[in-house]
Design a protein around this ligand. Structure first.
Ligand SMILES: [Zn+2]
Ligand SMILES: [Zn+2]
Length: 150
């Protein structure tokens, strides 16, 4: 009698466990699908980050050359690309003292705060349309160039 009740309890628990894990698996799969769909939709709306892509012209020539190869990076706003900051612990210093920039760790560049270093942000409808036009114009120009070469 006792063993039958125990068996029934174990069976019930097993069913619950199976149901629970099945529900968990389905919900995990659903959330993964939703995540992929959201990411795919966002990818269509990605535009170059204005904060780090447009400002490259205002940087010095040497850093603008590196900025084109590393979108999402911009000149460090603490050391202004000098890689070190003047820091003096004494009130009446005898000599200027430089220390490694604490924000960029001496790299002179930091990840853009606007796009968190990716170089792209999800744009507004207007920005997405403008970016699409720009890409189409660039593709047309490239096509015209190849025709000219032939
Ligand atoms: Zn950026
Ligand atoms: Zn710095």
């Amino acid at each position: 009698m006792r063993s039958a009740a125990f068996r029934a309890l174990v069976g019930f628990g097993g069913t619950l466990l199976a149901l629970g894990s099945a529900t968990l698996a389905v919900s995990t799969a659903t959330s993964a699908v939703i995540r992929v769909a959201v990411r795919a939709r966002q990818r269509k709306r990605l535009v170059p980050c204005k904060s780090c892509c447009d400002c490259s012209s205002s940087l010095t020539s040497s850093s603008s050359a590196t900025s084109s190869s590393t979108p999402g990076k911009r000149r460090c706003c603490v050391c202004r690309g000098r890689r070190a900051v003047r820091w003096q612990p004494f009130a009446a210093p005898l000599a200027a003292r430089w220390t490694l920039c604490p924000l960029c760790a001496g790299k002179g560049r930091q990840a853009c705060f606007n796009c968190s270093g990716t170089g792209e942000v999800v744009g507004s409808d207007e920005e997405v349309a403008r970016e699409k036009e720009r890409k189409e114009a660039a593709a047309e120009a490239a096509a015209a160039e190849t025709i000219d070469l032939r």
